[in-house]
Design a protein around this ligand. Structure first.
Ligand code: PMP
Length: 384
């Protein structure tokens, strides 16, 4: 039995797992202390669960517990990483490299720095949505302090060569940051393998709660220093002031544990759903084209365009399926996707593009319904 609307907008956010909700509940009204209250048991209990969550997350990510900073989400993690490095290391250099397909929470702080005395190089991806390593390396200068490249794109799902970029940055003695908000849970992320200095993660992209994230910050070889961007009580070793949100920290820990426990099962299931969706579109809808590389792509992403179809018409006609044109951030503002423009699509091609983000909660029955609905509506629209 299908329950409507069918939710295929999992890059925007995901349904919180029931196990996550259950794990969080006692921390609202039973263990509700402030982890910074060091004089009594109520505070100690809260502190204990924050630290055990930090330990568990570090074990999953293969890093040290004191390399984990809890934040309010990947937006804050990206801001703290980029502004924090820029402010702490400006005496070493004032040049930053990034790509045109980053999330606004990377591009906006980079633009802010560009207006405030830094120089920035923004690299366009290749037409397949992957950034060329050589192009990045060719832009490195003596005064480059930071390279920031996302692990996976939130619109077209393309996977970037972050491992190679990170290794090169180590050789050049430049910091490397990656926004892995979309990638975590869909690729195996091992921070002892990836030579990144800073990695941003979010809770709500993998069936965890909204409003919580993580910044991994390397403590050894090299030991990273960041300038804080929030001033206050000095929590999280002075880097992130503000009372720690214990229920959300428990929630992100639980969803990371579930991701790890069910990785293999969900990976193959979601990939087969996504491939079924693509095959259905290619079989039943003439003029279907995939945007970006199909090989180097998140297993839960499909971004396609249908010739001669304006996606606005699809939204008007298809109300029982939740899908999107581009990222929630861009579509909320009615702006055209800068990611699709950066891979060289024309305005008309961008207008005919739609994004699907799948999850473990989807089913083959739902995907069959989606294929049938899209083919009927598109045939009808083309007749007019
Ligand atoms: N980076 C990427 C790639 C994202 O997709 C998102 C969420 N749209 C963010 C950062 C921001 O994450 P959060 O909502 O946790 O702030």
């Amino acid at each position: 039995m299908i329950s409507f609307p069918i939710y295929l907008d999992n890059h925007s956010t995901t349904r919180v797992d029931d196990e996550v909700i259950e794990a969080m509940l006692p921390y609202f009204n039973k263990i509700y202390g402030n982890p910074s209250s060091t004089q009594h048991k109520v505070g100690w209990e809260a502190e204990a669960v924050v630290e055990s969550s930090r330990n568990k997350i570090a074990e999953i990510l293969k890093c040290e517990p004191d390399e984990i900073i809890f934040t309010s989400g990947a937006t804050e993690s990206n801001n703290l990483a980029i502004l924090g490095i820029a402010l702490a290391y400006s005496s070493r250099g004032k040049h930053i490299i990034t790509t045109a397909i980053e999330h606004p929470s990377v591009l906006e702080p980079v633009k802010f720095l560009a207006k405030n005395g830094f120089e920035t190089t923004i690299i366009n991806p290749e037409p397949n949505g992957i950034v060329s390593i050589d192009k990045i390396f060719s832009k490195i200068r003596n005064d480059t302090i930071l390279v920031t490249v996302m692990t996976a794109n939130n619109e077209i799902g393309t996977l970037q060569p972050v491992k190679e970029i990170a290794e090169h940055c180590v050789k050049e003695n430049i910091f490397f940051h990656t926004d892995a908000a979309q990638a975590f849970g869909k690729i195996q992320l091992n921070l002892s393998d990836l030579k990144a200095d800073l990695v941003s993660l979010s809770g709500h992209k993998t069936h965890g709660p909204k409003g919580v994230g993580i910044l991994f910050m390397r403590k050894k070889n090299p030991r990273i220093r960041l300038h804080k961007i929030l001033y206050g009580g000095g929590q999280e070793k002075g880097l992130r002031s503000g009372t720690l949100n214990v229920p959300l920290i428990v929630g992100i820990r639980k969803c990371f544990e579930i991701v790890c426990r069910d990785f293999e099962k969900n990976y193959s299931f979601i990939k087969s759903l996504r491939d079924h969706l693509l095959n259905g579109f290619l079989t039943f809808i003439d003029g279907t084209h995939v945007n970006g590389s199909m090989e180097l792509r998140l297993i839960n992403n499909l971004n396609v365009r249908f010739e001669e179809i304006n996606s606005d018409m699809l939204y008007k006609r298809i109300k029982d399926i939740a899908f999107s044109t581009s990222s929630a951030c861009a579509s909320g503002k009615g702006e055209e996707s800068s990611v699709l423009a950066a891979i060289g699509l024309s305005e008309e091609q961008i207008k005919s593009s739609v994004r699907f983000g799948l999850s473990k909660y989807n089913s083959f029955e739902e995907i069959d319904y989606v294929i049938q609905k899209f083919s009927e509506v598109i045939k009808d629209l083309r007749k007019k």
